[in-house]
Write a protein that binds this ligand. Structure first.
Ligand code: SF4
Length: 110
């Protein structure tokens, strides 16, 4: 599986994504049950509120080989400060529509 991870720009200042990368490497967290090796194609932020750039960034990840788009846990779970993104559903809907279900989607990394 080749994944492209999109993260919240607001958490970038204090989170280097260490747990996201570890979960992907060890097939844990949001990747539990996936039996194949997971390759991270890219790790990029949403572009900032209200997340309108996320769709362009997802497109770029797919262009570069991702078959699965993953939202880092900061987006839908609000990790690590417990503040989920208020635009998460819209971002996911727009990305799914734009990529016409050609890709898989994983909602969180851990
Ligand atoms: S749109 Fe959501 S994910 Fe992106 S910076 Fe704002 S709160 Fe974070």
């Amino acid at each position: 599986m080749k994944i492209g991870i999109i993260r919240c720009m607001q958490t970038e200042d204090y989170c280097p994504g260490t747990t996201c990368f570890r979960m992907a490497r060890e097939n844990k967290g949001g990747f539990e049950g996936i039996e194949e090796d997971i390759e991270v194609i890219g790790f990029i932020n949403c572009g900032g509120c209200p997340g309108k750039k996320a769709v362009l960034r997802a497109r770029e990840l797919v262009k570069r080989g991702a078959d699965t788009i993953v939202f880092a846990s900061c987006i839908q779970r609000g990790t690590p400060i417990g503040y989920p993104c208020p635009f998460a559903k819209k971002m996911k809907d727009i990305i799914s529509k734009d990529l016409e279900d050609k890709i898989n989607f994983i909602d969180y990394t851990h």
